[in-house]
Design a protein around this ligand. Structure first.
Ligand code: SDX
Length: 392
């Protein structure tokens, strides 16, 4: 009981919603999309197929996947007027700010498909967002580099098209690196959904007011940009580079973290739900090893592994059940692919987009899965009368 309101605090711990999409067991380190273990999807599926699974609930037949692929390829172009939109940003605008604004602006070109209760409107908005967000993301990057924007080439699939539009040059043929495309495809699978994390809950909450899908996704992108959420992947690289600049003394850095000096945290470690090793982090770590075996040793990877080993053997982290999360190794891979660190969270957003859309669609069609209006436990002043300013 606080103030003049008595609330059963027990309600604070109830689940925020029900959902059939993703299952996490934080203690056992289990993650499943529509019942399929992340390890099997990572090994056997593709980002396109996993996107289909999350949104429509079942793995597609070959003909369903082909039709889905073709539909997306036909929607990768942006309305030509959208190109002017990118000119309005300063060169050093963070690509996440450009992405979230552009997604909301994109919706203004499709006023006819905003009704969240019209299945056809939600379906075409789904296709437009899945197909056009990689285009917008590549444009945000190229504008920041002062480069010309490239039209999508629909001979490529979604991931390859993103790489072409990001790294291609209009003056020469682009040599698609299948290993790179495959590694990025895998990383997108690993990021595709994650139950009611901060950004997904934001998409649900904004969507619960019947805001259209474009605006709900734009809100989710903003939520993801925070360094404690999706922004952690670039914060890890900043942390590793700083340790390296300070002479590579991992033990000294861990001592500062344990003493909470200047609020320093071990970025890429810890999780609201996983109190065990994040199953995605294990897969990303293996991918990093495979890539760097080919690309040559990466001193920051060695530093990351020493940091992980030191933390995992230290009671401070063990007692608090702090393990590497999905963000600990991803930044090293993205950097080796040629992305600057301000694009790492944009890559997270491209991966998470199918999950956001799937969860919005579920919430719109099944009110039982709506996140109710969050309540609070009031801890402020009891009721009191107004005091005239002359008596204050
Ligand atoms: C993502 O929810 C999701 O699913 C998110 C995500 C997804 O796929 O959508 O998985 C993606 O956001 C992964 C998390 C990325 N963020 C980071 O890596 C940033 C660093 N991590 C921390 O900020 C933190 O671990 C959180 C926010 C992720 C989780 O915090 P918790 O579990 O709520 O823990 P807490 O903040 O209550 O802290 C508990 C204790 C505290 O110490 P004491 O007060 O007990 O002494 O653990 C300490 C914290 O100081 N702690 C850390 C730490 N994380 C928690 N200490 C050092 N480094 C850390 N990273």
């Amino acid at each position: 009981t606080t103030g003049d309101t008595t609330l059963d605090v027990g309600f604070v711990n109830t689940a925020s919603c029900t959902s059939e999409i993703t299952y996490i067991d934080g203690d056992a380190g289990i993650l499943r999309y529509r019942g399929y273990p992340i390890e099997q999807l990572a090994e056997k599926s593709t980002f396109l197929e996993t996107t289909y699974l999350l949104i429509y609930g079942e793995l597609p037949s070959p003909s369903e996947l082909e039709a889905f692929d073709q539909r997306l390829r036909r929607h990768t172009l942006l309305v030509e007027d959208m190109k002017n939109f990118f000119d309005g940003f300063p060169r050093d605008a963070h690509p996440m700010s450009v992405l979230s604004s552009a997604v909301s602006a994109l919706g203004t070109f499709y006023q006819d498909s905003h009704d969240p209760h019209d299945p056809e409107a939600v379906e075409i908005s789904t296709i437009r967002l899945l197909a056009k967000v990689p285009t917008i993301a590549s444009y945000a990057f190229r504008k920041s580099q002062g480069q010309s924007l490239l039209y999508p080439d629909n001979n490529y699939d979604l991931v390859e098209n993103f790489l072409w539009m990001t790294f291609g040059q209009p003056t020469e043929n682009y040599e698609m690196d299948p290993e790179l495309a495959k590694a990025l495809d895998l990383l997108f699978i690993l990021h595709a959904d994650h139950e009611q994390n901060c950004s997904t809950s934001t998409v649900r909450l904004v969507g619960s007011s019947e805001a259209n899908l474009f605006n709900a996704i734009s809100a989710g992108i903003h939520a993801l940009s925070g360094p404690l959420h999706g922004g952690a992947n670039s914060a890890v690289l900043t942390m590793l580079s700083q340790i390296q600049r300070d002479g590579g003394d991992v033990k000294e850095f861990v001592r500062r973290v344990k003493n909470k000096e200047d609020g320093v945290k071990l970025m890429g470690f810890g999780h609201r739900v996983y109190k065990n090793y994040d199953p995605r982090a294990a897969i990303v770590k293996k991918t990093a090893h495979q890539l760097f075996e080919k690309a040559g040793p990466n001193p920051l990877l060695d530093l990351a592994m020493e940091l992980e080993q030191t933390a995992l053997e230290d009671d401070y982290f063990v007692e608090r059940k702090l393990y590497p999360n999905v963000d600990f190794y991803t930044g090293l891979i993205y950097e080796s692919m040629g992305f600057p660190s301000n694009m790492f969270t944009v890559l997270f957003a491209i991966g998470r987009l199918p999950g956001w859309i799937a969860q919005y669609r579920e919430m719109i069609t099944d009110p039982a899965t709506k996140i109710g209006r969050p309540r609070q436990v009031y801890t402020g002043s009891p009721a009191r009368d107004y005091v005239p300013s002359s008596e204050r």
